[in-house]
Design a protein around this ligand. Structure first.
Ligand code: AMP
Length: 821
């Protein structure tokens, strides 16, 4: 029912009780002018509210789903007003002559106004929190001569829940008030003169809703308002594919701070052992991705999907005879794995329903038993461990006519060869079956437990329980590298720039393009020239360890270059580099949920390592890498060198280098490194993350740190730290290592916090921070400083100076009086 031309402009509708039934009164330019100037009449400002403003407003974000948009309703809205002389609908048109519904009321001169406008029923479509966006203009009471006593500058919005689309109530007390709506900008006579309208936008939300729908109501108590549009919507996190998992359209939760945990399902041909999840925020944003899917072996990731081998394209005809056609072809461009065989489908042209399928391990076949002088259509597809790819396009070839003598002769050797090959194949198959039967018989007699074990370079591995194998247990370390790391051709690597310095040489970023795989951004660690055999062994030791791991929160090894120089280790590229530097650079930039997401990732990686029986020994934010999606991955795996190359590692009295500030007391005292000592270090990493890369124990000396920790002191909570996180840190720093949480418990606890973000709202109380701070910095001795500021600066706590002053601790004497209580 679009307006059919200028004649449709300025149609005015008035209400009957049943809504929208009144007669249409054509308006004229004169009536418009009168309305602008007289507050006694309903003002037709909306025609000036100008389409330009409305046009820009029509598009709503993809995370919002409209339940009602009065601007897009062409016909009758079905809203009703009471009393009937209160709100009026003014039917206007936009620049495309499409009708716009506006509602106006302007009874500013009359006392005791109570004008209601009720919408028709709005289904909430399953949403439990809905948003109402109002666009309106409101006249400034000061600009109304004589109206000051009665004129109002607000109106009220109400709702009434109902399962019944015909259950509109007319009793005011059945409606629940949403809010009083005031204008940010009201307009005056002057604005009218300039024909500039000040359009206000106000959004309110209502929830949780429990019925199928609701009615809205607008109550005017004596203002001069034009309600230009009403948009009712809910928010959803729109369906996305992230990390090869599909997350469905998800309606946001009823609570404005709620994060809904949503499980993703792996796209076709992908699998996961860390099920992907994301969290849908009340704002319709996907947050904190956890886990991921990976393409099955033989599939390649491309634009969020996994595809099997690409189609065979290059098919060439070989010998063609009256009853046979020979073909050959090249391997597909992207085989995405080892091609196990080809399937060839062929049929006589136009006889597609009667086709033949043959299989071949070679990239060639001869189709036999064909009719002479007939066109045959061939299609070929490749199979890898992942399954079949798609068929190639159709290739057509024609057999020769019956009288082509040479063709017959050409068949003779083929037939001879075929018969011979057939006989040989038959013999091989029979032999294979017989030997297989013998194997089956002897296996049946084996101990079933023994059968489950695989012997793997002298190490017993149980399927399903993968354990870490220390490369030291190999007599020849080169064997370990080649067992766990793939050899990469140096020519497939392009080095782009130097990004860091490792113990053995430079670390560069670059690209890796291996045959049949898509190009990847990678980090390349190089072994500097002039290395000793031990250095080479130690350097490649990291790859032998890394190559055993396969987890989204552990840095992934692409392979090694050992057959040419320089020797290189190639890993996935982490755009944001090491976590400590990244956090320092972005101080204060992340939400608590983002920080907890990072910690969750690190804990999941560590859980995987501890399940594999690997103890990291040097877990610290500097050894975590972070990518552009803020996914954190544990890195820096080494043999004896683990602690040798860490600038934080210091020699202990028992010899051996240890990164004191990150290490559990039992590991420092008697080198008891276990997953429980990794948990202690994890607590320090939590502290580093929440304090955006602050140095643990600031400038205290290592000796002071060891002493303080032994005496029971612990790092104070970082600024603005959720109490639940600080409690986890303290749990990780239990003296008794058996009392510390395990990594799987940490992952579960962090997941719970992510699911219930309101649990992160309680922060550690500042005054208790200050008192613990004083206690824990006892070894530094506040008595040694002249002013509170100087002392706090020395312990890198200068930012708390103001808090001290505000609380009356302005001199060192006063500070010295502070007790823990
Ligand atoms: P590392 O020898 O492993 O400590 O690496 C030295 C530095 O190189 C790190 O601190 C990072 O800044 C950088 N780096 C190492 N590996 C990667 C990677 N996979 N992606 C991005 N940067 C890396």
């Amino acid at each position: 029912m679009r307006g059919s031309g200028p004649r449709a402009a300025g149609r005015r509708r008035t209400w009957g009780g049943g809504g929208g039934g009144g007669g249409d009164i054509p308006s004229t330019p004169a009536s418009l002018a009168a309305c602008y100037s007289s507050p006694r009449r309903a003002p037709l400002w909306t025609c000036l509210l100008l389409c330009a403003a409305l046009r820009t407003l029509l598009a709503s974000p993809s995370s919002e789903v409209n339940l009602l948009d009065s601007r897009t309703v062409m016909g009758d809205l079905g809203w009703i007003a009471f009393p009937k002389n209160g709100w009026e609908e003014i039917g206007e048109v936009d620049e495309n002559y499409a009708p716009i519904h506006t509602y106006q009321v302007c009874k500013v001169m009359e006392q005791n106004q109570n004008n209601w406008l009720l919408t028709s029923w709005i289904s909430n479509e399953g949403a439990s929190r809905i948003f109402i966006e109002l666009k309106f203009t409101l006249r400034d009471c000061n600009s109304l001569p004589g109206g000051l006593g009665t004129c109002k500058e607000t109106f009220n919005m109400y709702y009434f829940e109902s399962d019944d689309a015909n259950g509109r109530k007319l009793k005011e007390n059945q409606y629940i008030k949403i809010d009083t709506i005031a204008a940010d900008e009201s307009f005056t006579e002057l604005d009218l003169g300039d024909r500039v309208m000040k359009l206000n936008t106000e959004v309110r939300d209502v929830g949780p809703l429990s019925k199928k729908g609701f009615y809205l109501a607008f109550q005017d108590v004596g203002a001069c308002i034009a309600l230009v549009s009403v948009r009712v919507y809910y928010k959803k996190c729109p369906s996305v594919v992230r990390h090869l998992a599909i997350f469905p359209d998800t309606i946001t939760g009823a609570d404005s701070s709620q994060l809904l945990e949503v499980s993703g399902s792996c796209v076709n041909h992908s699998v996961t052992d860390d099920p992907p999840k994301m969290h849908c925020s009340a704002e319709g944003e996907w947050l904190v991705p956890i886990g991921k899917c990976m393409c099955k072996a033989g599939y390649e990731e491309k634009n969020g999907t996994c595809q099997a081998p690409s189609p065979v394209t290059n098919v060439k005809r070989g010998k063609i005879a009256k009853n046979s056609i020979s073909l050959s072809w090249q391997e597909p461009d992207r085989p995405n794995g080892i091609i196990l065989e080809y399937e060839i489908k062929y049929f006589e042209k136009d006889q597609e329903t009667s086709y033949t399928i043959i299989k071949s391990k070679e990239a060639s076949i001869t189709a036999e038993g064909l009719k002479p002088a007939s066109v045959y259509v061939f299609q070929i597809r490749a199979r890898t461990a992942a399954g079949y790819g798609v068929f190639s396009r159709r290739f057509e070839f024609e057999t020769t006519p019956v009288f082509a003598a040479s063709s017959d002769q050409s068949q003779i050797p083929i037939i001879a060869v075929s018969v011979t090959v057939g006989v040989i194949l038959l013999a091989v198959v029979i032999g294979f079956l017989l030997s297989g039967r013998r194997c089956g018989y002897s296996k049946a007699k084996q101990d079933p437990e023994e059968e489950k074990m695989q012997f793997h370079s002298g190490h017993i591995k149980l399927p399903g329980v993968r354990t870490y194998i220390d490369p030291h247990t190999y007599e020849d370390p080169n064997q370990a590298v080649h067992e766990f790391a793939k050899e990469i051709e140096a020519s497939s690597i392009t080095i782009e720039r130097v990004i860091g310095a490792g113990e053995f040489g430079e670390v560069c970023s670059g690209r890796l393009k291996q045959p049949g795989k898509r190009e990847l951004p990678v980090a390349i660690k190089t072994l500097k020239v002039g290395y000793s055999e031990k250095q080479r062994r130690d350097f490649l030791g990291e790859a032998s360890i890394m190559g055993q791991f396969d987890h989204p929160n552990i840095i992934h090894l692409e392979g090694v270059v050992t057959k040419s120089k320089p020797v290189m280790i190639v890993t996935e590229y982490m755009e944001n580099g090491s976590l400590d530097t990244f956090l320092k650079k972005n101080d204060g930039q992340f939400t608590v949920i983002q920080l907890v997401g990072m910690l969750r990732g690190i804990a999941a990686g560590m859980k995987y390592l501890s399940d594999m029986g690997y103890v990291h020994r040097d877990l610290a934010a500097r050894n975590i890498l972070i990518n552009s999606n803020l996914v954190c991955k544990v890195s820096d795996f080494g043999l004896s060198r683990v602690l040798e190359d860490d600038p934080e590692a210091a020699y202990t009295t028992r010899g051996g280098k240890i990164p004191i500030r990150w290490t559990a007391p039992e590991a420092i005292a008697f080198r008891k490194f276990t997953s429980a000592s990794d948990v202690w270090s994890y607590g320090i990493v939590m502290w580093e993350v929440v304090s955006y890369g602050e140095r643990p124990y600031w400038e205290m000396t290592n000796q002071d740190v060891i002493k303080a920790v032994e005496e029971g002191y612990r790092l104070p909570s970082p600024m603005d730290c959720p109490a639940a996180l600080y409690q986890l840190m303290l749990d990780c720093w239990q003296k008794d290592r058996n009392s510390r949480p395990k990594f799987d418990e940490l992952v579960n606890m962090l997941d719970k916090l992510i699911r219930n973000p309101s649990s992160l709202k309680t922060l550690v109380n500042t005054s208790s921070r200050v008192s613990t701070l004083l206690a824990e910095h006892g070894p530094l001795g506040p008595g040694a400083y002249r002013s509170v500021g100087e002392w706090l600066e020395a312990i890198k706590m200068g930012r708390y100076t103001e808090i001290f002053m505000e609380n009356g601790y302005s001199s060192m004497d006063a500070v010295a009086q502070v007790t823990l209580e």
